[in-house]
Design a protein around this ligand. Structure first.
Ligand code: URA
Length: 235
């Protein structure tokens, strides 16, 4: 059972004060009855709630796929740069979403935003073995030694050792890389340790969830249940 005002806040209807005002103004009904008590306790899964005649479809958590463009930082607030939260529609932003893992400011592609902390933690943790797939353009061709070195675990310039990673050579000095951890600037640093510079980086997949090619850059949408589950399918 949950308090009505708290529940409406969690669903992005408004702030606690705004929601209480709506309730007092008789704008909220539960199972067809007008409710005037903000502290009414109800079962969100089995109650029909309407605000100003608009049904609220209750969701415990929100999971968004964002096609991140370059130029935005993966944070909820920043004093200097625009954040990925600015790309998310207002009704979601009110729910306290945060990026599950980071992409650098100049990196593009698949970013998940959620208000489910456990889910985000699981997605990020190397223990979950969720591989993140990146497409990278480099300033030199990939060699067989690079592939072997990624496979056996790159040692970064600061001495940190990376877990084994998959590297696949593509045309014109580009490559696909798959890693299951997220050290700061990891892909760029891995290539740097091989004497190569990343000129462009995009994340294409997390687990078996691929970036929706029909989702325009800068746009976000909710994940379907199947897509959400696809993240944790280990290849
Ligand atoms: N590795 C990087 O270097 N940058 C990213 O944004 C993601 C992985």
């Amino acid at each position: 059972m949950e308090r009505l005002d708290k529940l409406l806040v969690s669903q992005g209807v408004g702030s606690r004060r705004e929601v209480q005002k709506l309730i007092r103004r008789k704008a909220v009904t539960v199972n067809g009855e007008t409710v005037t008590k903000p502290d009414l306790k109800l079962d969100p899964d089995n109650s029909r709630i309407e605000v100003s005649g608009r049904p609220i479809s209750y969701k415990k958590n929100i999971y968004l796929m964002l096609n991140k463009p370059a130029g935005f930082v993966s944070a909820t607030e920043d004093n200097l740069s625009r954040t990925v939260l600015e790309l998310v529609p207002e009704e979601y932003r009110r729910r306290g979403l945060a990026p599950a893992g980071r992409l650098d400011k100049d990196t593009e592609g698949l970013l998940i935003l959620t208000d489910d902390g456990d889910f985000a933690h699981k997605l990020i943790s190397p223990k979950s073995k969720v591989y993140k797939r990146y497409y990278a353009e480099l300033d030199a061709e990939i060699t067989e030694e690079d592939i072997e070195s990624f496979k056996s675990g790159i040692v970064l310039e600061n001495g940190e050792k990376c877990l084994p990673a998959r590297l696949e050579k593509c045309e014109n000095s580009s490559a696909f890389v798959e890693i299951c951890e997220g050290k700061f600037h990891q892909v760029k640093k891995m290539f740097l340790s091989r004497g190569k510079k990343v000129l462009y980086l995009r994340r294409d997949a997390i687990g078996t969830l691929r970036l929706d090619v029909n989702l325009p850059k800068g746009m976000a949408r909710e994940l379907t249940k199947t897509e959400k589950d696809a993240i944790f399918v280990v290849k």
